[in-house]
Design a binder for this molecule. Sequence first.
Ligand SMILES: [Fe+2]
Ligand SMILES: [Fe+2]
Length: 328
Amino acid sequence: MSILKEENYEFSFATSGDSALELIADNDFDLVLLDVMMPGIDGYEVCIRLRENPDTEDIPVIFVTAKSDVDSIRKGFEAGGQDYIVKPFHADELLARVQTHIELYRAKKILQHNNLSLQTKMVRQATRIDNELEESQKEMISVLIELMEATSDETGKHIRRVAEYSRLLAHYHRSISEEDANTIYAAAPMHDIGKIAIDEHILHKKGKLTNEEFLAMKEHAAKGEDFLRVSGRKIMKAASIIAYQHHEKWDGSGYPRGLAGEAIHIYGRIVALADVFDALTHKRVYKDPWSIEDAVAYITENSGTHFDPYLVEIFEANVNEFISISKL
Ligand SMILES: [Fe+2]
Ligand SMILES: [Fe+2]
C-alpha cells in the first residue's frame, strides 16, 4: 500500500470480502486489488459478485495473492479478474500494472460516454429530419387544399371540419393510436382532391346531376387516389386511401369499388361518416342545410348500412363534441 501512496494514488482498504463489497458499492473506484484468501467470502467470490452488479461490472480487478499455482490463477481469471500478481512482487511491477489497468478503464469509460452522446445526437438528428419531412408534407397539403378550394365546391371550412370530426372518431376508436389519429387529421382534408379533375359545370351544377354527370362525379375518388398514390410517405399514403374509399358504404353499396364492412379501410370509414355529417349540416349548391337533429338522426339510422356501426356508436356517445365542430 505504501508503494501506491508514494505514487499519490488515493485508496481505501477492507479486511474481509463482505466489507470490500460494501466499500466498493459506496465509492467510485477506478481499480480493485483483491487478495484471494480473506475471512468470510473469498476473493474469487467478491470478484464474481462485482461482475454480476451492473454498477461495478467494469471496474478492473487485479488479484494480488500468494497462491501461485496454475489452478488458482485460472480461477482468478474465470472469476472475471483482469490481472493476477503473485506475492512477493516487485513494486515497479505492481505500479506498472495498476497504471495500465486504470488507464484502460478510463479510456473505456470515455469511449462509452462518447458512444452514448453520439447515439443521442443521431437519435436527435433522425427526429429532426422526421419532423421536417412531416412539416413539408403538411405544407404541401395546405397548398393542395387551397387549390381545391379554388377549383371545387368544397369550402376550406368544410375541409377543416372533416379533419376535426375524423380525428375525434379516431381518438375514441379502441384500436387506433394517437399517432394514427393525427395522421388521419392531416390526411382527411385531401379526401376530395380528385374533384380538381372533374368538369366545373358538374361541380357547380345547382340542380340534380344526370346519371352521366353523376358517373363522371364519382370518378373523383379514383382520380384522387391516382394523384396521391405517388408518395410512400405516411400522410400521403393515408390520404390516398381516404380519397379512394370515402364514398364506400358499410353494406357494399358505395363507390368506386363497392367494398363492404371491414374491407373498407378504417380511414375510409371514418372520413365517410365525417364527410356526410358535415355535408348534411351545411349548405351546398344543391341543398339547404339540415337541422342538427335531422343530421344526427340520419347518421344513427344509417348505422350498418352506410356507416360502420362501431363508428356510429362513438358518434352517438360523443355527439355534443361533433355538434360543436359542426359550428366551427
Ligand atoms: Fe367525395
Ligand atoms: Fe367532402
